[in-house]
Design a protein around this ligand. Structure first.
Ligand code: ADP
Ligand code: TRP
Length: 321
């Protein structure tokens, strides 16, 4: 089964991205054909500094390799290295009713948040459909906010196939209900747009400073504390084995310790959890040429899969004459 994931390179990866998307993807490499790419064209809808965008692509590639993306098993590339995606984007535009895009929640939310509306923001789902259809993807694992985008890709594929025959595989979305929404340091959903994230890779001092900012209720030190609903506890438990929360729960209910103690503990747990990945990251950080080579091989592998599909599209639509 071919599983495709795209990740926008629009900021530092945080632990919400890790538990919600990266970890499940790394694990699915064991038994699926994983296609994963860094969506830098999509990131252009939010990043308009060239140097920053370029740097974010390399940074995300380095992070993913450190976290266990296996370029031998999987196909891992940068979106802009397979240019056919832009060709397909145009072709698919002709099969995308305006109403379909006007109904897109993600677009409406972004505009409501004050992001200037422009054509790339509006047609974002068409490019995403091209990402999905160009590689014959069968399953697209997504967070709830992206379900509608996969549905749009399905609608476009069905319309195209109705016109030109069975060219595209009709993709399905998959939402893993077991994947929790990771709370940010203020208790809202962790998201870079809310400025409440804990990055996966940062300096230890910086991580510690961020964790100290986790919002908690004011309870006297000696009093017992509720762990349920506590932001510190909810973040810490992501990193603990199933039987492991109990000692932390006991520390909450016993009293005598303040949230400051639990924050220190949470910092240590997170820092230890990512230690081996940090070491691997240091290697790739020092070998950026190797990262570039891996991405190039990935783009070649992805192109090989895209070629017969785009060839058929060119042929049935008459672009090839
Ligand atoms: P952000 O909200 O920080 O901009 P993205 O929208 O780029 O993050 O999300 C990238 C991936 O990480 C998506 O698959 C999304 O579902 C997942 N993700 C992001 N934030 C969280 C979170 N707080 N909890 C779980 N998964 C998340
Ligand atoms: N829009 C997705 C997100 O914000 C990223 C993405 C781009 C994507 N192209 C894709 C996801 C194709 C899955 C398939 O998370």
């Amino acid at each position: 089964m071919r599983v495709l994931t795209g990740i926008q390179t629009s900021g530092d990866l945080h632990i919400g991205n890790y538990f919600g998307s990266i970890k499940p993807m790394i694990e699915s490499q064991q038994d699926h054909e994983v296609f994963a790419f860094l969506a830098n064209y999509h990131a252009m809808t939010t990043i308009s500094e060239g140097e920053r965008l370029a740097q974010l692509s390399m940074q995300a590639a380095t992070d993913f390799l450190a976290l266990g993306m296996d370029p031998e098993k999987s196909t891992f590339w940068v979106q802009s290295d397979v240019k056919e995606v832009l060709e397909l984007y145009w072709v698919l535009s002709g099969f995308t009713p305006m109403g379909l895009l006007e109904r897109a929640h993600s677009y409406k939310d972004k505009v409501a948040k004050g992001i200037a509306s422009n054509h790339s923001l509006f047609s974002y789902p068409v490019l995403m459909a091209a990402d999905i259809l160009l590689f014959g993807s069968e399953v697209v694992p997504v967070g709830k906010d992206q379900i509608q985008h996969v549905e749009i890709a399905r609608d476009i594929a069905i319309k195209f196939n109705n016109q030109y025959g069975d060219i595209f595989t009709i993709p399905e979305f998959r939402v893993d209900e077991n994947v929790a929404t990771v709370p940010g340091i203020d208790g809202q959903k962790m998201s870079k747009s809310y400025g409440n994230t804990i990055p996966i890779f940062s300096e230890e001092k910086m991580q510690s400073k961020i964790i100290k900012k986790i919002v908690t209720e004011a309870v006297p030190m000696e009093d017992p504390k509720e762990f349920e609903g506590c932001n510190v506890y909810n973040i810490a438990k992501l990193f603990l084995d199933d039987e492991e929360p109990s000692p932390l729960q006991e520390r909450y209910t016993k009293g005598g310790e303040g949230h400051g103690h639990f924050k220190l503990y949470t910092h240590d747990v997170i820092w230890e959890y990512f230690r081996p990945y940090r070491e691997k990251r240091a290697y790739y950080e020092a070998h950026q040429d190797e990262v570039r080579d891996i991405l190039k091989v990935g783009a070649d592998k992805a192109s090989t899969v895209a070629q017969p599909i785009i060839d058929k599209v060119r042929s049935v639509t008459g672009i090839r004459y």
